[in-house]
Ligand binder design. Structure first.
Ligand SMILES: Cc1cc2nc3c(=O)[nH]c(=O)nc-3n(C[C@H](O)[C@H](O)[C@H](O)COP(=O)(O)OP(=O)(O)OC[C@H]3O[C@@H](n4cnc5c(N)ncnc54)[C@H](O)[C@@H]3O)c2cc1C
Length: 422
């Protein structure tokens, strides 16, 4: 391992993590410059991830290359390994090189991980839905289940391949289930093997209702929509174990399936504890109202990895991109020397429920059905950075209106056959 010359962050500001929060901070710092440390060279626009999984959107179109989004920032592709908050030095592993980067100001934007519980079989058999690799994998996995079911002679075994269980009925779980069930419904017309197939979608949550983040009326509408499409909603229910061909739920329920998707919330990046930073009981970095890490001069934090107090709300911000974006705006201003406490009142919430159905709460006005879907799409299109990205997404949506979905299963992508291999 080579240790290369220590260097100084561009503009003196080091942004650790190039996800939603970090990329916006670097973009908003503009010509002041910044150095972004990121594992990938793109920012993922997560609210569009369910549509990338269902194939409505091309996966490349829901990411924004950091070099295009932040033209004045330097990108250092690598992993933060250690942080000396006293000496203002971050240690970055970039390929085979270890680089010490000095900073004047550093911004922690290291995001979150899926909150996996120690449930037997979950780590081995459960599928996550957090990043682009998860979305592409899930799409291919679901399409492959259709092929397995088509090849299966035994009806019960075929139906197990057509059964999909989602644990966690927050935004990510509901949107992913709604989009993927649309994909499967569309795909089934190409499978003459299935004589009236019984596909089964099950949405499980420990809470007594789905989408607890939104007003009850909208949540109930979403539940009715999903139930109308045949989705089984099991609230006040927990997952107890997962096997290769079945899952067990509380109450002694056993469901034969090969697909268990875990969307039951997130936990702050566990690396934060290892960095020796002040964290709360969830492991989120404690910051003050200016977004400064408590007791660490020159260190700031935001997004899913931080516990951000909001002067406009009684409790700290929830881990959403909407909040990460507002925090990024405040943090960039604070770094530019215009310091003020962070305050933000949410203007609304939006979610899609598959094709032409959605829910939105805008300035307290609940919208649902087609108008909810339209508002959700318009909002995300507005928030997506770069005109060229917006245009690609609109083109994908237009194509999806005119043509049937693509159902090619491309699981082999990223695993090229070796030369000379069989
Ligand atoms: C499927 C899904 C759908 C969602 N839908 C919505 C929605 O509709 N509306 C909404 O408001 N929110 C939504 N969210 C939540 C939203 O995505 C997050 O709140 C937001 O991404 C938080 O931004 P962040 O920058 O804190 O974290 P992230 O965007 O996760 O970024 C963290 C970054 O840190 C990087 N990183 C981690 N460790 C290291 C390391 N050691 N060194 C260097 N880099 C590192 C990661 O690679 C990543 O790029 C959704 C989330 C998911 C998973």
């Amino acid at each position: 391992m080579a240790i290369v010359e220590p260097r100084h962050a561009r503009g003196g500001t080091l942004v650790l993590g190039g996800g939603f929060a970090g990329s916006y901070v670097a973009r908003l710092l503009g010509k002041r410059g910044a150095t972004i440390v990121s594992l990938e060279n793109f920012m993922l626009y997560t609210p569009m991830l369910p549509e990338a999984a269902s194939g409505t959107l091309e996966p490349r179109h829901v990411v924004v290359p950091l070099r295009m989004m932040c033209p004045h920032a330097e990108l250092l592709l690598g992993r933060l390994e250690a942080l000396d908050a006293e000496q203002h030095v971050a240690t970055i592993q970039a390929g085979t090189e270890t680089i010490a980067v000095h900073y004047d100001q550093a911004v922690l934007a290291l995001g979150s991980y899926p909150r996996a519980l120690p449930i037997p079989g979950l780590a081995e058999h459960g599928l996550g839905f957090k990043d682009l690799a998860d979305a592409i994998y899930l799409r291919n996995h679901v399409l492959r289940q259709l092929e397995h079911a088509a090849a299966e002679k035994d009806r019960q075994r075929a139906e197990a391949h057509l059964t999909f269980v989602f644990i966690g009925a927050g935004y990510a779980g509901v949107e992913a289930l709604a989009e993927l069930s649309d994909l499967v419904r569309d795909a089934l017309r190409y499978y003459p093997e299935f004589q009236r197939p019984r596909m089964r979608w099950v949405l499980v949550d420990a809470a007594p209702k789905i989408l607890p983040e939104i007003p009850t009326r909208l949540g109930e509408y979403a539940a009715r929509q999903l139930a109308g499409r045949g989705v089984e909603i099991r609230t006040s229910t927990t997952l107890t174990s997962v096997g290769p061909g079945a899952v067990a739920l509380s109450g002694g329920v056993r469901i034969a399936t090969h697909t268990l998707v875990w969307t039951a919330g997130v936990t702050p990046n566990p690396m934060l504890r290892a960095l020796g930073l002040p964290v709360d009981e969830r492991g989120a970095v404690r910051v003050d109202s200016m977004l400064r890490v408590e007791g660490r001069a020159g260190l700031w934090a935001l997004g899913d990895c931080a516990r951000v107090p909001n002067e406009r709300t009684p409790s700290p911000d929830p881990p959403t991109s909407q909040h990460a974006l507002r925090q990024a705006r405040r943090l960039a201003k604070n770094l530019r020397g215009d310091p003020e406490p962070y305050r933000f009142r949410m203007l609304g919430q939006v979610a899609t429920l598959g094709r032409y159905k959605g829910i939105a709460l805008v300035f307290g006005v609940p919208l649902r059905g087609f108008i909810g879907w339209f508002v959700t799409r318009t909002y995300h299109l507005y928030q997506l950075p770069l005109f060229s990205r917006k245009l690609r997404v609109v083109t994908d949506w237009t194509v999806a209106l005119l043509f049937r979905r693509d159902i090619a299963e491309l699981g082999m992508l990223g695993h090229p056959r070796r030369l000379g291999g069989d």
